[in-house]
Design a protein around this ligand. Sequence first.
Ligand code: HEM
Length: 499
Amino acid sequence: MLVPTILLIVLTILLLIYVIGKNNENYWRRRGIKFHDRNKVAGVFWDFLTTDKPLFEIVGDIYKQYRDEPAVGFGGFMTPTLLVNDSTNLQHVFQTDFHSFSQRGTEINKDDRLADNILFMNGNRWKLVRQSMTPIFTSAKLKNMFYIMDKSGKDFIDYLKKNPERLKGNAFESISTFCCAAIGAAVFGVVSESVFDSPFMDISRRVFRSTFVRKIKGSIVNLSPWLTKTLNIKLFSEHEDFFIGVVKKMIRQREQQEIGQKHDFVDMCVSLQRNGTLIDKDTGLELEPTDELLAAQAFFFYLAGIDPSAAAIFACLMELGRHPEHLQKVHDEIDMTFEKLNGQLTYESVMEMEYLEKVLCESLRVLPPVGFLVRQCNQDTVLPVGNIKIEKGTKIFAAVYEMHHDPKYFPDPEVFDPERFASKSAQDNIVYMPFGKGNRLCIGMRFARLQVKTGLIHFLRHFTVKTKIDGDKLQFAREIQVRPTNVEIEFIPRKMKDL
Ligand code: HEM
Protein backbone atom coordinates (compact mmCIF):
# COMPACT_ATOMS: atom_id res chain seq x y z
CA MET A 1 0.00 0.00 0.00
CA LEU A 2 2.88 2.36 0.90
CA VAL A 3 4.61 2.09 -2.48
CA PRO A 4 1.52 2.92 -4.58
CA THR A 5 0.71 5.84 -2.26
CA ILE A 6 4.24 7.27 -2.64
CA LEU A 7 4.05 6.70 -6.38
CA LEU A 8 0.73 8.54 -6.53
CA ILE A 9 2.12 11.48 -4.55
CA VAL A 10 5.21 11.68 -6.80
CA LEU A 11 3.08 11.50 -9.94
CA THR A 12 0.73 14.19 -8.63
CA ILE A 13 3.68 16.47 -7.83
CA LEU A 14 5.20 15.86 -11.30
CA LEU A 15 1.85 16.57 -12.94
CA LEU A 16 1.48 19.77 -10.92
CA ILE A 17 4.99 20.89 -11.91
CA TYR A 18 4.16 20.18 -15.54
CA VAL A 19 0.80 21.99 -15.43
CA ILE A 20 2.12 25.07 -13.57
CA GLY A 21 5.18 25.28 -15.88
CA LYS A 22 3.08 24.94 -19.04
CA ASN A 23 0.63 27.49 -17.70
CA ASN A 24 3.43 30.00 -17.05
CA GLU A 25 4.82 29.45 -20.53
CA ASN A 26 1.43 29.77 -22.27
CA TYR A 27 0.54 32.84 -20.23
CA TRP A 28 3.31 34.89 -21.86
CA ARG A 29 3.31 33.19 -25.27
CA ARG A 30 -0.42 34.01 -25.62
CA ARG A 31 0.53 37.66 -25.11
CA GLY A 32 3.24 37.49 -27.78
CA ILE A 33 6.03 37.70 -25.18
CA LYS A 34 9.06 35.38 -25.27
CA PHE A 35 9.29 32.97 -22.34
CA HIS A 36 12.58 31.88 -20.77
CA ASP A 37 11.80 28.19 -20.40
CA ARG A 38 14.55 27.17 -17.95
CA ASN A 39 12.82 26.23 -14.66
CA LYS A 40 9.33 27.06 -15.88
CA VAL A 41 7.88 26.83 -12.37
CA ALA A 42 10.28 28.55 -9.95
CA GLY A 43 12.29 30.51 -12.53
CA VAL A 44 15.30 32.39 -11.17
CA PHE A 45 14.62 31.21 -7.62
CA TRP A 46 15.32 27.59 -8.53
CA ASP A 47 18.81 28.48 -9.78
CA PHE A 48 19.29 30.71 -6.72
CA LEU A 49 18.59 27.73 -4.45
CA THR A 50 20.54 25.12 -6.39
CA THR A 51 23.54 26.90 -7.91
CA ASP A 52 26.46 29.02 -6.72
CA LYS A 53 25.26 32.12 -8.51
CA PRO A 54 23.93 35.23 -6.78
CA LEU A 55 20.37 36.17 -7.76
CA PHE A 56 21.37 39.36 -9.59
CA GLU A 57 23.61 37.33 -11.94
CA ILE A 58 20.85 34.82 -12.67
CA VAL A 59 18.47 37.68 -13.51
CA GLY A 60 21.29 39.32 -15.51
CA ASP A 61 21.85 36.16 -17.57
CA ILE A 62 18.23 36.32 -18.75
CA TYR A 63 18.65 40.01 -19.60
CA LYS A 64 21.75 39.25 -21.69
CA GLN A 65 19.96 36.49 -23.57
CA TYR A 66 16.88 38.59 -24.43
CA ARG A 67 18.40 42.09 -24.40
CA ASP A 68 16.59 43.16 -27.60
CA GLU A 69 13.13 42.06 -26.47
CA PRO A 70 11.02 44.71 -24.71
CA ALA A 71 10.34 42.10 -22.00
CA VAL A 72 10.66 38.37 -21.31
CA GLY A 73 8.55 36.11 -19.09
CA PHE A 74 9.95 33.49 -16.72
CA GLY A 75 8.67 31.13 -14.05
CA GLY A 76 7.35 32.68 -10.84
CA PHE A 77 5.48 29.71 -9.33
CA MET A 78 1.81 30.75 -9.74
CA THR A 79 2.56 34.45 -10.33
CA PRO A 80 3.10 35.82 -13.86
CA THR A 81 6.66 37.17 -13.81
CA LEU A 82 8.30 39.44 -16.36
CA LEU A 83 11.80 40.86 -16.81
CA VAL A 84 11.39 44.28 -18.41
CA ASN A 85 14.33 45.29 -20.63
CA ASP A 86 13.09 48.25 -22.59
CA SER A 87 13.88 51.62 -21.02
CA THR A 88 10.51 53.22 -21.91
CA ASN A 89 8.71 50.29 -20.31
CA LEU A 90 10.96 50.59 -17.25
CA GLN A 91 10.17 54.27 -16.98
CA HIS A 92 6.49 53.33 -17.11
CA VAL A 93 6.81 50.78 -14.31
CA PHE A 94 9.08 52.75 -11.98
CA GLN A 95 7.92 56.31 -12.56
CA THR A 96 5.02 57.16 -14.88
CA ASP A 97 2.50 54.53 -13.78
CA PHE A 98 3.50 54.38 -10.11
CA HIS A 99 -0.10 53.80 -9.03
CA SER A 100 -0.13 50.47 -10.88
CA PHE A 101 3.27 49.39 -9.54
CA SER A 102 3.48 50.82 -6.04
CA GLN A 103 4.64 47.66 -4.27
CA ARG A 104 7.46 45.10 -4.35
CA GLY A 105 5.25 42.08 -3.81
CA THR A 106 7.00 40.56 -0.84
CA GLU A 107 4.26 39.86 1.66
CA ILE A 108 5.49 39.30 5.16
CA ASN A 109 3.75 37.72 8.10
CA LYS A 110 1.87 40.16 10.31
CA ASP A 111 3.73 38.95 13.41
CA ASP A 112 7.20 39.28 11.80
CA ARG A 113 7.53 42.49 13.79
CA LEU A 114 10.88 43.78 12.45
CA ALA A 115 9.76 43.17 8.85
CA ASP A 116 6.97 45.71 9.38
CA ASN A 117 9.20 48.38 7.83
CA ILE A 118 9.03 50.71 4.83
CA LEU A 119 10.81 48.25 2.54
CA PHE A 120 8.12 45.59 2.89
CA MET A 121 5.04 47.76 3.53
CA ASN A 122 2.41 48.37 0.89
CA GLY A 123 -0.48 50.70 0.08
CA ASN A 124 -1.65 53.53 2.31
CA ARG A 125 0.22 52.18 5.32
CA TRP A 126 3.52 52.43 3.38
CA LYS A 127 2.61 55.94 2.22
CA LEU A 128 1.86 57.15 5.75
CA VAL A 129 4.99 55.66 7.33
CA ARG A 130 7.23 56.82 4.47
CA GLN A 131 5.78 60.35 4.78
CA SER A 132 6.42 60.32 8.51
CA MET A 133 10.03 59.16 8.12
CA THR A 134 10.95 61.45 5.19
CA PRO A 135 11.68 64.54 7.36
CA ILE A 136 14.69 62.82 8.94
CA PHE A 137 16.47 62.84 5.55
CA THR A 138 16.05 66.51 4.52
CA SER A 139 19.20 68.56 3.79
CA ALA A 140 18.70 70.54 7.01
CA LYS A 141 18.46 67.34 9.10
CA LEU A 142 21.46 65.78 7.37
CA LYS A 143 23.46 68.93 8.00
CA ASN A 144 22.62 68.67 11.71
CA MET A 145 23.56 65.00 11.64
CA PHE A 146 26.87 65.62 9.88
CA TYR A 147 28.79 65.85 13.16
CA ILE A 148 27.88 62.18 13.80
CA MET A 149 29.37 60.99 10.52
CA ASP A 150 32.40 63.24 10.80
CA LYS A 151 33.16 61.87 14.26
CA SER A 152 32.65 58.28 13.07
CA GLY A 153 35.11 58.97 10.22
CA LYS A 154 37.76 60.32 12.61
CA ASP A 155 37.23 57.43 15.03
CA PHE A 156 37.58 54.99 12.14
CA ILE A 157 41.00 56.42 11.22
CA ASP A 158 42.14 56.12 14.88
CA TYR A 159 40.80 52.57 14.93
CA LEU A 160 42.74 51.64 11.77
CA LYS A 161 45.91 53.22 13.12
CA LYS A 162 45.58 51.30 16.38
CA ASN A 163 44.80 48.04 14.54
CA PRO A 164 47.29 47.86 11.65
CA GLU A 165 46.30 44.25 10.98
CA ARG A 166 43.10 45.74 9.50
CA LEU A 167 45.06 47.39 6.67
CA LYS A 168 45.44 44.21 4.68
CA GLY A 169 43.02 41.34 4.26
CA ASN A 170 39.28 41.75 4.53
CA ALA A 171 38.71 45.35 3.38
CA PHE A 172 34.93 44.95 3.27
CA GLU A 173 34.87 43.99 6.93
CA SER A 174 36.99 47.01 7.92
CA ILE A 175 34.84 49.39 5.89
CA SER A 176 31.70 47.90 7.48
CA THR A 177 32.99 48.91 10.93
CA PHE A 178 32.93 52.57 9.86
CA CYS A 179 29.43 52.22 8.35
CA CYS A 180 28.21 50.47 11.47
CA ALA A 181 29.56 53.27 13.66
CA ALA A 182 28.05 56.03 11.53
CA ILE A 183 24.60 54.47 11.18
CA GLY A 184 24.61 53.15 14.76
CA ALA A 185 25.24 56.68 16.02
CA ALA A 186 22.68 58.21 13.64
CA VAL A 187 19.95 55.72 14.46
CA PHE A 188 20.56 54.78 18.10
CA GLY A 189 22.90 57.46 19.32
CA VAL A 190 25.50 54.74 20.05
CA VAL A 191 28.92 56.27 20.66
CA SER A 192 31.07 55.09 17.82
CA GLU A 193 34.14 53.61 19.55
CA SER A 194 31.91 51.10 21.29
CA VAL A 195 30.41 49.98 17.99
CA PHE A 196 33.63 48.75 16.44
CA ASP A 197 33.60 45.57 18.46
CA SER A 198 29.98 45.43 19.57
CA PRO A 199 27.08 42.96 19.08
CA PHE A 200 25.52 45.48 16.65
CA MET A 201 28.19 44.59 14.11
CA ASP A 202 27.48 40.93 14.53
CA ILE A 203 23.75 41.35 13.86
CA SER A 204 24.28 42.95 10.45
CA ARG A 205 26.68 40.16 9.54
CA ARG A 206 24.16 37.50 10.50
CA VAL A 207 21.26 39.16 8.67
CA PHE A 208 23.14 39.71 5.42
CA ARG A 209 25.12 36.50 5.07
CA SER A 210 23.25 33.94 3.01
CA THR A 211 22.52 30.57 4.50
CA PHE A 212 20.49 27.87 2.80
CA VAL A 213 17.59 28.35 5.24
CA ARG A 214 17.62 32.11 4.65
CA LYS A 215 17.66 31.55 0.88
CA ILE A 216 14.65 29.23 1.15
CA LYS A 217 12.77 31.68 3.37
CA GLY A 218 13.58 34.58 1.01
CA SER A 219 12.50 32.59 -2.04
CA ILE A 220 9.19 31.54 -0.43
CA VAL A 221 8.43 35.10 0.70
CA ASN A 222 9.06 36.24 -2.88
CA LEU A 223 7.18 33.42 -4.59
CA SER A 224 4.11 32.75 -2.50
CA PRO A 225 2.26 34.84 0.11
CA TRP A 226 0.09 31.77 0.74
CA LEU A 227 3.07 29.55 1.66
CA THR A 228 4.60 32.39 3.72
CA LYS A 229 1.43 32.48 5.81
CA THR A 230 0.86 28.72 5.92
CA LEU A 231 4.44 27.96 7.00
CA ASN A 232 4.46 31.00 9.32
CA ILE A 233 7.73 32.19 7.83
CA LYS A 234 9.39 35.07 9.64
CA LEU A 235 12.48 36.78 8.27
CA PHE A 236 13.93 38.48 11.33
CA SER A 237 12.34 36.88 14.41
CA GLU A 238 15.73 35.99 15.97
CA HIS A 239 16.62 39.71 16.27
CA GLU A 240 13.26 40.93 17.61
CA ASP A 241 13.97 40.88 21.32
CA PHE A 242 17.36 42.59 21.03
CA PHE A 243 16.30 45.33 18.63
CA ILE A 244 12.90 46.17 20.03
CA GLY A 245 14.47 46.13 23.51
CA VAL A 246 17.23 48.57 22.49
CA VAL A 247 14.84 50.99 20.78
CA LYS A 248 12.38 50.95 23.70
CA LYS A 249 15.23 51.66 26.12
CA MET A 250 16.64 54.49 23.98
CA ILE A 251 13.22 56.15 23.59
CA ARG A 252 12.43 55.92 27.33
CA GLN A 253 15.87 57.38 28.19
CA ARG A 254 15.51 60.22 25.71
CA GLU A 255 12.01 61.06 26.98
CA GLN A 256 13.68 62.11 30.23
CA GLN A 257 16.05 64.44 28.37
CA GLU A 258 15.51 67.51 26.24
CA ILE A 259 14.92 66.31 22.68
CA GLY A 260 16.13 67.95 19.47
CA GLN A 261 19.72 68.02 20.69
CA LYS A 262 21.22 64.87 19.20
CA HIS A 263 19.52 65.07 15.79
CA ASP A 264 19.34 61.28 15.54
CA PHE A 265 16.52 58.79 14.87
CA VAL A 266 15.70 58.45 18.57
CA ASP A 267 14.98 62.20 18.72
CA MET A 268 12.57 61.74 15.85
CA CYS A 269 10.86 58.77 17.51
CA VAL A 270 10.26 60.75 20.69
CA SER A 271 8.85 63.72 18.80
CA LEU A 272 6.63 61.47 16.64
CA GLN A 273 5.23 59.80 19.74
CA ARG A 274 4.64 63.17 21.43
CA ASN A 275 2.69 64.36 18.37
CA GLY A 276 0.42 61.30 18.70
CA THR A 277 -1.43 59.30 16.06
CA LEU A 278 -0.06 59.48 12.49
CA ILE A 279 -2.84 60.57 10.12
CA ASP A 280 -2.89 60.53 6.33
CA LYS A 281 -4.95 63.56 5.28
CA ASP A 282 -5.79 62.06 1.86
CA THR A 283 -7.12 58.71 3.02
CA GLY A 284 -7.91 59.29 6.68
CA LEU A 285 -5.73 56.31 7.65
CA GLU A 286 -4.56 56.47 11.25
CA LEU A 287 -1.58 54.67 12.73
CA GLU A 288 -0.04 54.68 16.20
CA PRO A 289 3.74 55.30 16.25
CA THR A 290 4.32 52.45 18.70
CA ASP A 291 7.78 51.44 19.95
CA GLU A 292 7.48 48.28 17.81
CA LEU A 293 6.64 50.17 14.59
CA LEU A 294 9.54 52.58 15.16
CA ALA A 295 11.91 49.73 16.06
CA ALA A 296 11.09 48.02 12.75
CA GLN A 297 12.03 51.20 10.85
CA ALA A 298 15.21 51.60 12.92
CA PHE A 299 16.11 47.98 12.24
CA PHE A 300 15.95 48.37 8.49
CA PHE A 301 17.66 51.81 8.47
CA TYR A 302 20.43 50.24 10.51
CA LEU A 303 20.87 47.28 8.15
CA ALA A 304 20.67 49.49 5.04
CA GLY A 305 23.29 51.80 6.48
CA ILE A 306 25.84 49.01 6.89
CA ASP A 307 26.17 46.50 4.05
CA PRO A 308 24.91 48.60 1.09
CA SER A 309 26.89 51.64 2.26
CA ALA A 310 29.99 49.51 2.85
CA ALA A 311 29.51 48.03 -0.64
CA ALA A 312 29.44 51.57 -2.08
CA ILE A 313 32.69 52.56 -0.29
CA PHE A 314 34.23 49.25 -1.35
CA ALA A 315 33.26 49.91 -5.00
CA CYS A 316 34.89 53.38 -4.92
CA LEU A 317 38.09 52.12 -3.29
CA MET A 318 38.27 49.12 -5.60
CA GLU A 319 38.07 51.34 -8.68
CA LEU A 320 40.39 54.02 -7.31
CA GLY A 321 42.91 51.35 -6.30
CA ARG A 322 43.22 50.22 -9.91
CA HIS A 323 43.06 53.66 -11.52
CA PRO A 324 45.88 55.76 -10.03
CA GLU A 325 45.04 58.76 -12.25
CA HIS A 326 41.56 59.08 -10.71
CA LEU A 327 42.89 58.25 -7.24
CA GLN A 328 45.34 61.15 -7.44
CA LYS A 329 42.59 63.58 -8.42
CA VAL A 330 40.48 62.50 -5.45
CA HIS A 331 43.46 62.80 -3.07
CA ASP A 332 44.14 66.31 -4.43
CA GLU A 333 40.54 67.40 -3.99
CA ILE A 334 40.43 66.07 -0.42
CA ASP A 335 43.81 67.58 0.54
CA MET A 336 42.86 70.98 -0.85
CA THR A 337 39.62 70.94 1.13
CA PHE A 338 41.34 70.03 4.40
CA GLU A 339 43.96 72.72 3.85
CA LYS A 340 41.35 75.35 3.05
CA LEU A 341 39.38 74.47 6.18
CA ASN A 342 42.36 74.00 8.52
CA GLY A 343 41.64 70.32 8.90
CA GLN A 344 37.98 70.73 9.90
CA LEU A 345 35.53 69.12 7.48
CA THR A 346 32.05 70.69 7.06
CA TYR A 347 28.81 69.45 5.53
CA GLU A 348 29.07 72.10 2.80
CA SER A 349 32.65 71.14 1.92
CA VAL A 350 31.62 67.50 1.44
CA MET A 351 28.76 68.54 -0.83
CA GLU A 352 31.12 70.71 -2.89
CA MET A 353 33.60 67.96 -3.79
CA GLU A 354 32.76 67.49 -7.46
CA TYR A 355 35.30 64.88 -8.44
CA LEU A 356 34.43 62.65 -5.50
CA GLU A 357 30.76 62.90 -6.48
CA LYS A 358 31.55 61.74 -10.03
CA VAL A 359 33.70 58.88 -8.75
CA LEU A 360 30.89 57.75 -6.45
CA CYS A 361 28.31 57.84 -9.27
CA GLU A 362 30.56 55.89 -11.63
CA SER A 363 31.52 53.33 -8.96
CA LEU A 364 27.83 52.73 -8.25
CA ARG A 365 27.31 52.18 -11.96
CA VAL A 366 30.07 49.58 -12.11
CA LEU A 367 29.09 47.89 -8.84
CA PRO A 368 25.54 48.79 -7.74
CA PRO A 369 25.09 47.21 -4.28
CA VAL A 370 21.54 46.16 -5.22
CA GLY A 371 21.81 44.30 -8.56
CA PHE A 372 18.12 43.92 -9.47
CA LEU A 373 14.81 45.49 -8.51
CA VAL A 374 11.25 44.20 -8.27
CA ARG A 375 7.78 45.68 -8.49
CA GLN A 376 4.35 44.05 -8.34
CA CYS A 377 1.42 45.27 -10.38
CA ASN A 378 -1.55 46.24 -8.18
CA GLN A 379 -4.06 47.14 -10.92
CA ASP A 380 -4.37 45.99 -14.54
CA THR A 381 -2.36 48.14 -16.94
CA VAL A 382 -0.44 48.13 -20.25
CA LEU A 383 3.28 48.61 -20.94
CA PRO A 384 3.63 51.01 -23.91
CA VAL A 385 6.44 49.32 -25.90
CA GLY A 386 5.02 46.09 -27.31
CA ASN A 387 1.57 46.98 -25.92
CA ILE A 388 2.05 44.36 -23.19
CA LYS A 389 -1.02 43.77 -21.04
CA ILE A 390 -0.07 43.43 -17.38
CA GLU A 391 -2.57 41.92 -14.97
CA LYS A 392 -2.86 42.74 -11.30
CA GLY A 393 -0.45 40.53 -9.33
CA THR A 394 2.24 40.30 -12.07
CA LYS A 395 5.81 40.65 -10.79
CA ILE A 396 8.20 42.85 -12.75
CA PHE A 397 11.99 42.50 -12.50
CA ALA A 398 14.65 45.01 -13.64
CA ALA A 399 18.23 43.76 -14.20
CA VAL A 400 20.01 46.78 -12.74
CA TYR A 401 23.58 45.38 -12.77
CA GLU A 402 23.36 44.23 -16.40
CA MET A 403 21.76 47.45 -17.61
CA HIS A 404 24.61 49.38 -15.97
CA HIS A 405 26.96 47.23 -18.10
CA ASP A 406 24.99 47.39 -21.35
CA PRO A 407 26.91 49.28 -24.10
CA LYS A 408 23.54 50.47 -25.45
CA TYR A 409 23.23 52.68 -22.36
CA PHE A 410 26.85 53.15 -21.26
CA PRO A 411 29.39 53.02 -24.14
CA ASP A 412 32.52 50.99 -23.22
CA PRO A 413 30.79 49.89 -20.02
CA GLU A 414 33.88 48.16 -18.62
CA VAL A 415 35.87 51.43 -18.70
CA PHE A 416 35.82 53.32 -15.39
CA ASP A 417 35.10 56.87 -16.43
CA PRO A 418 33.80 59.32 -13.78
CA GLU A 419 33.24 61.91 -16.54
CA ARG A 420 30.12 60.00 -17.59
CA PHE A 421 28.58 61.82 -14.63
CA ALA A 422 30.02 65.26 -15.44
CA SER A 423 26.47 66.53 -15.82
CA LYS A 424 24.07 66.15 -12.87
CA SER A 425 21.31 65.02 -15.23
CA ALA A 426 23.29 61.84 -16.11
CA GLN A 427 21.95 60.36 -12.86
CA ASP A 428 18.37 60.83 -14.10
CA ASN A 429 18.89 58.23 -16.84
CA ILE A 430 16.12 55.69 -16.14
CA VAL A 431 18.45 52.70 -16.46
CA TYR A 432 20.86 54.13 -13.86
CA MET A 433 19.32 52.78 -10.67
CA PRO A 434 21.81 52.27 -7.82
CA PHE A 435 19.20 53.65 -5.40
CA GLY A 436 16.14 52.55 -7.39
CA LYS A 437 13.76 54.96 -9.10
CA GLY A 438 10.38 56.59 -8.62
CA ASN A 439 8.32 56.98 -5.45
CA ARG A 440 9.88 53.87 -3.88
CA LEU A 441 13.39 55.17 -4.41
CA CYS A 442 15.73 54.54 -1.47
CA ILE A 443 14.58 56.87 1.32
CA GLY A 444 18.10 56.91 2.77
CA MET A 445 19.85 57.88 -0.49
CA ARG A 446 21.00 61.30 0.64
CA PHE A 447 22.03 60.00 4.04
CA ALA A 448 23.95 57.14 2.40
CA ARG A 449 25.75 59.42 -0.06
CA LEU A 450 26.83 61.70 2.78
CA GLN A 451 27.89 58.76 4.93
CA VAL A 452 29.86 57.15 2.09
CA LYS A 453 31.58 60.37 1.04
CA THR A 454 32.48 61.37 4.61
CA GLY A 455 33.99 57.92 5.21
CA LEU A 456 35.94 58.09 1.94
CA ILE A 457 37.22 61.61 2.64
CA HIS A 458 38.61 60.77 6.09
CA PHE A 459 39.99 57.50 4.81
CA LEU A 460 41.68 58.91 1.70
CA ARG A 461 43.14 61.81 3.68
CA HIS A 462 45.15 59.29 5.71
CA PHE A 463 45.44 56.25 3.45
CA THR A 464 45.83 55.41 -0.17
CA VAL A 465 44.79 52.14 -1.83
CA LYS A 466 46.02 49.44 -4.15
CA THR A 467 43.65 46.89 -5.68
CA LYS A 468 44.47 43.35 -6.69
CA ILE A 469 41.92 41.25 -8.58
CA ASP A 470 42.44 37.52 -8.68
CA GLY A 471 41.73 36.50 -12.30
CA ASP A 472 40.45 38.60 -15.18
CA LYS A 473 36.81 38.74 -14.16
CA LEU A 474 35.00 39.70 -10.96
CA GLN A 475 33.42 36.88 -9.00
CA PHE A 476 30.55 37.52 -6.63
CA ALA A 477 29.31 36.21 -3.29
CA ARG A 478 26.14 34.12 -3.26
CA GLU A 479 24.21 36.89 -1.55
CA ILE A 480 21.33 39.19 -2.28
CA GLN A 481 23.82 42.03 -2.47
CA VAL A 482 26.47 42.56 -5.20
CA ARG A 483 29.76 41.73 -3.47
CA PRO A 484 32.97 40.77 -5.30
CA THR A 485 34.91 37.97 -3.63
CA ASN A 486 38.16 37.95 -5.61
CA VAL A 487 39.23 41.53 -4.89
CA GLU A 488 41.85 42.57 -2.37
CA ILE A 489 42.22 46.22 -1.43
CA GLU A 490 45.37 47.14 0.48
CA PHE A 491 45.20 50.25 2.69
CA ILE A 492 48.54 52.08 2.66
CA PRO A 493 49.23 54.94 5.13
CA ARG A 494 50.01 58.18 3.28
CA LYS A 495 53.30 59.85 4.07
CA MET A 496 52.38 63.46 4.64
CA LYS A 497 54.00 65.91 7.04
CA ASP A 498 50.85 67.08 8.81
CA LEU A 499 49.15 63.68 9.29
C1 HEM B 1 24.84 53.15 -0.54
C2 HEM B 1 23.89 52.69 0.26
C3 HEM B 1 22.51 52.31 -0.18
C4 HEM B 1 22.10 51.80 -1.38
C5 HEM B 1 22.94 51.49 -2.60
C6 HEM B 1 20.67 51.62 -1.28
C7 HEM B 1 19.88 51.13 -2.32
C8 HEM B 1 18.51 50.96 -2.23
C9 HEM B 1 17.69 50.43 -3.28
C10 HEM B 1 18.18 50.01 -4.65
C11 HEM B 1 16.41 50.40 -2.83
C12 HEM B 1 15.18 49.92 -3.62
C13 HEM B 1 14.62 51.10 -4.37
C14 HEM B 1 13.55 50.75 -5.36
O1 HEM B 1 12.94 49.69 -5.26
O2 HEM B 1 13.30 51.57 -6.28
C15 HEM B 1 16.42 50.90 -1.49
C16 HEM B 1 15.28 51.02 -0.71
C17 HEM B 1 15.31 51.50 0.58
N1 HEM B 1 16.40 51.99 1.27
FE1 HEM B 1 18.30 52.11 0.58
N2 HEM B 1 20.25 52.01 -0.04
C18 HEM B 1 21.34 52.45 0.66
C19 HEM B 1 21.35 52.95 1.94
C20 HEM B 1 20.23 53.18 2.70
C21 HEM B 1 20.22 53.79 4.01
C22 HEM B 1 21.45 54.33 4.73
C23 HEM B 1 18.92 53.78 4.45
C24 HEM B 1 18.33 54.30 5.73
C25 HEM B 1 18.94 55.06 6.60
C26 HEM B 1 18.12 53.15 3.42
C27 HEM B 1 16.77 52.93 3.51
C28 HEM B 1 15.99 52.39 2.51
C29 HEM B 1 14.55 52.15 2.64
C30 HEM B 1 13.69 52.41 3.89
C31 HEM B 1 14.13 51.61 1.42
C32 HEM B 1 12.70 51.23 1.05
C33 HEM B 1 12.02 52.45 0.43
C34 HEM B 1 10.56 52.25 0.07
O3 HEM B 1 10.16 51.13 -0.24
O4 HEM B 1 9.81 53.23 0.14
N3 HEM B 1 18.95 52.80 2.38
N4 HEM B 1 17.71 51.24 -1.14
